[in-house]
Every structure is written in structure tokens, then in C-alpha cells.
Design a protein around this ligand. Structure first.
Ligand SMILES: C[S@@+](CC[C@H](N)C(=O)[O-])C[C@H]1O[C@@H](n2cnc3c(N)ncnc32)[C@H](O)[C@@H]1O
Length: 233
């Protein structure tokens, strides 16, 4: 994700420009902190107080110069328009959040409104076109068969959550004035790894393969997750 995001940022904005970044559903703040360390002004929004606490703790360990560039808010995203003015961000991230949102169009439209013209909307969603892959690769044939016609899946927390299809989101992004500019697959080969799996010693090679597959057809089409990048017109 970090590398794909860097590629999109480098392709859109002048080198060294301090960008205004909004990360909705930032979790423990991995991308938010990384972007703040890179010199950007970051606003993080998170609805789960425990995750927000983890992000605050991680931020507290950063040097003062970085802490000063980050603001964190507890919010569920529906009321982000209350806090933030239209066109007030250059980059808006919404990673791993749409799965939990019943009606995503309103959230996405709100996020697009907060983007300045030319700004980047970066979404990470579960790939609804490839839901049978996970069960199939695990040898769960009944699960795989059921997944072909489904728009939801059971995540690692045991929750039934939504998946999104590239064609539908392409239409939504066009409709909210932030048409699709680029897209990547994420976790093409590694989605079946367990949460407890150790980071392998050849992680650099693993990332190189994932990164290549994530930008290459047909591999990216069956990735577990899709990274969609829309650009505000
Ligand atoms: C799967 S995690 C992803 C965290 C982070 N964005 C990442 O990519 O590592 C999803 C996070 O989104 C948060 N979340 C879900 N719905 C949200 C909403 N409507 N507004 C704000 N945060 C939300 C959850 O509490 C959770 O921390």
C-alpha cells in the first residue's frame, strides 16, 4: 500500500510539497504516521476508541516536529463534513473501511467533497469479483461455491462484511466527481497467510512479487483487496 500510494503521490504533486492528508478509519495509524514522517500534514479519523488510543500512543513516541503535523479525531466518518471544509485536503485515504459501511456512496461522496481539485482519493476495499479465491485456495469448496454469487464475506474477526466490485466503484467514483485514475491489486498471493504468521526472512522478495502482481493483469483482478485511486476533477 505504501509503495502504491507513493507512486500516486509522486505522479500528482510536486516533490517536497507538504500535502494535507485525511485518513478516515486510520486504525492504529500506520499510513497516517508514515505520511507525517514524510513531511505531510495529517488528519486522522477513527471511530474505535481503542484503535484511536493505539494511534495516539504511537504518535506520542514520535519527535515533536512530527507530532505537530498530526491531528487525530474520534468520528465514524458520517459527520466528517462537520469538521472539515470542502476542498480542504490534497489526499484522502479510506483503507479497509468500506467493508463495514452499509451504504458507502454517501461516505464516498463526502470524502470526494473534501478533496481539492486534482486531489487523490485512495480506497482499499475487499475485491467482490474474487471472493471465491480465499475459500478455494484453502480447499473449502462449499465456501468457494457460495462465494461466486455473494457480495459479502466473513472476515478474520468473524464478521459478515461487504465486498465491492471494481465496475461498481468505477461508476461511483465517476458519479462523485473523482473518476478512477489507477487501480492495483493487494494481497494476490498472501491472503491465506494466518494473522499469526511470522514475517518471513525473504519478505523483500515477497513484497516485490506482490507489488508486481498488483499492477499486472490478470493477477491484480483476483487480488483479495483492490486499491482504487480516484482524482477529483
Ligand atoms: C481494517 S481497519 C484498517 C485500518 C487502516 N486504515 C489500515 O489500512 O491499516 C478499519 C478501521 O476502520 C475503522 N472504521 C470503520 N468504519 C469507520 C467509520 N465509518 N469511520 C471511521 N472509522 C471507521 C475501524 O474502527 C478500523 O479501525
Amino acid at each position: 500500500m505504501a509503495r502504491q500510494l507513493e507512486e500516486q503521490i509522486a505522479g500528482r504533486f510536486p516533490v517536497g510539497q507538504r500535502l494535507r492528508v485525511l485518513d478516515v478509519g486510520m486504525g492504529q495509524g500506520t499510513q497516517a504516521l508514515r505520511l507525517a514522517r514524510a513531511g505531510h500534514q495529517v488528519t486522522g479519523v477513527e471511530k474505535d476508541p481503542r484503535m484511536l488510543g493505539a494511534a495516539r500512543e504511537a504518535l506520542a513516541a514520535e519527535p515533536e516536529g512530527i507530532r505537530a503535523r498530526v491531528r487525530l479525531f474520534e468520528s465514524d466518518g458520517r459527520d466528517t463534513g462537520v469538521h472539515f471544509l470542502p476542498c480542504s485536503f490534497d489526499v484522502v485515504l479510506c483503507h479497509g473501511v468500506l467493508m463495514y459501511v452499509e451504504l458507502p456512496d454517501a461516505l464516498l461522496a463526502g470524502l470526494a467533497r473534501m478533496l481539492a481539485p486534482g486531489g487523490l482519493l485512495s480506497l482499499l476495499v475487499r475485491n467482490g469479483d474474487a471472493l471465491a479465491m480465499r475459500s478455494g485456495l484453502a480447499g473449502n469448496w462449499a465456501g468457494a461455491l457460495g462465494a461466486f454469487d455473494s457480495d459479502s464475506y466473513t472476515n478474520r474477526l468473524g464478521l459478515d462484511v461487504r465486498a465491492d466490485r471494481l465496475s461498481a466503484l468505477t461508476g461511483t467514483l465517476a458519479g462523485i466527481g473523482a473518476p478512477l485514475h489507477a487501480w492495483y491489486g493487494v494481497r494476490v498471493f498472501t491472503d491465506t497467510a494466518s494473522d499469526e504468521a511470522e514475517v518471513p526472512s525473504d519478505v523483500d522478495a515477497l513484497l516485490a512479487v506482490e507489488e508486481r502482481a498488483g499492477r499486472t493483469d490478470p493477477y491484480r483482478q483476483v487480488a483479495a483487496l483492490l486499491h482504487l485511486c480516484g482524482v477529483r476533477g
